[in-house]
Design a protein around this ligand. Structure first.
Ligand SMILES: Nc1ncnc2c1ncn2[C@@H]1O[C@H](COP(=O)(O)OP(=O)(O)OP(=O)(O)O)[C@@H](O)[C@H]1O
Ligand SMILES: NC(=O)c1ccc[n+]([C@@H]2O[C@H](COP(=O)(O)O)[C@@H](O)[C@H]2O)c1
Length: 293
């Protein structure tokens, strides 16, 4: 099956920077090549995570002097202690499956391969080194130019930069001064409030409106799995299959109980139909706020 194809024994020893989808040349010498890096848990990756790159590319094309030449998912490693985090190997595999249809979005396993937690500043440094030092930048009609590496994140992540104790002040300064951030607005986060403490770096922060609001979160996918509800069409089909094959996110036993009540008759990832919403298993707040775990 396709899901098994990704189960390669990756390690830092045989790691190679994934550059196959990185565009090596830009046409317009007046533009600056841009590489977007989405850092996060991706447990699991959702369609919104993929969509963030498309929104950012449109935003950059219409509102900035950047030309997007690359895009990367970087999953946090196992040392990042967060509720609902499955093993990094699974999260990287799911991301790889999710980008199979994309011509320009890649997954870099480098961060996830580390046993220790890596701060985002170090992750962005890694991309800068690989793209601007090892590869030597991006070709333009007037010679090579360094690519601008930028963080791509949701508004909730940028809001944590104002939460005491989450980020070191020097890391915030380092990231926003040297790389900057493309921020996708997110339901439940007041973007003005999130940015109020970051005004010193406002020229390096680009806010992207979600023209089609999508309030999905990995938390909701995990919750739906535990409640034996369908996750199909919320995450890519290959990711649905991978989750089913590896029994991910159903560890609290609810799914097992549901199996006895007929789940085995259904296709993987499919809903049990209306019965599951009438038998008391449906979360009362499914589809509303993020704080459902
Ligand atoms: N619906 C969304 N709208 C805007 N940004 C989002 C959305 N979902 C995820 N993101 C952003 O994607 C990045 C990676 O997110 P992460 O892996 O934490 O997903 P999540 O859905 O927020 O996960 P969890 O529910 O486990 O906290 C973060 O920058 C986050 O802000
Ligand atoms: N000090 C730091 O560098 C720091 C602090 C908080 C979150 N982060 C990053 O932000 C992302 C947050 O992801 P989640 O929203 O999945 O928790 C992760 O990539 C994490 O490494 C970095």
């Amino acid at each position: 099956m396709a899901a098994m194809d990704t189960d390669l024994e990756l390690s830092l020893d045989n790691y190679e920077f994934p550059d196959a989808r990185l565009r090596r040349r830009i046409q317009d010498p007046d533009r600056t090549p841009l590489v977007l890096i989405a850092c996060g848990s991706f447990s699991p990756i959702t369609f919104l995570h993929l969509r963030m790159f498309e929104m950012a590319a449109d935003y950059a094309r219409f509102n900035t002097q950047f030309e997007v030449v690359g895009a990367y998912f970087s999953c946090v490693g196992d040392a990042y202690k967060k509720t609902g985090l499955v093993k990094a190997e699974h999260r990287v595999n799911m991301c790889n499956l999710a980008v199979q249809q994309s011509s320009w979005i890649s997954v870099d396993p480098w961060e996830a391969l580390h046993q220790e937690y890596l701060e985002t500043a170090k992750v962005l440094d890694h991309f800068n080194k690989e793209i601007n030092e090892v590869i030597g930048g991006i070709e333009t009609p007037n010679g090579k130019k360094k690519a601008h590496i930028a963080l791509l994140a949701g508004a909730d992540l940028i809001q944590t930069m104002s939460t005491p104790g989450v980020w070191a002040a020097k890391d915030i300064d380092y990231i926003l001064r040297n790389f900057g951030a493309f921020i996708v607005e997110r339901t439940g986060t007041d973007i003005d409030e999130a940015l109020s403490a970051l005004q010193s770096w406002k020229d390096n922060i680009w806010v992207i409106q979600q023209l089609v609001q999508n309030d999905i979160s990995s938390t909701k996918i995990r919750l739906f799995r535990r409640r034996d509800m369908s996750i199909r069409y919320l995450v890519p089909e290959l990711v649905v299959q991978y989750i089913e094959e590896h029994n991910l996110y159903d560890e609290d036993g609810v799914a097992n109980i549901s199996k006895e009540s007929g789940r085995a008759d259904r296709m993987p990832g499919e809903s049990g139909g209306v019965t599951s919403s009438q038998d008391g298993k449906r979360p009362s707040n499914a589809g509303s706020s993020r704080s459902i775990e």
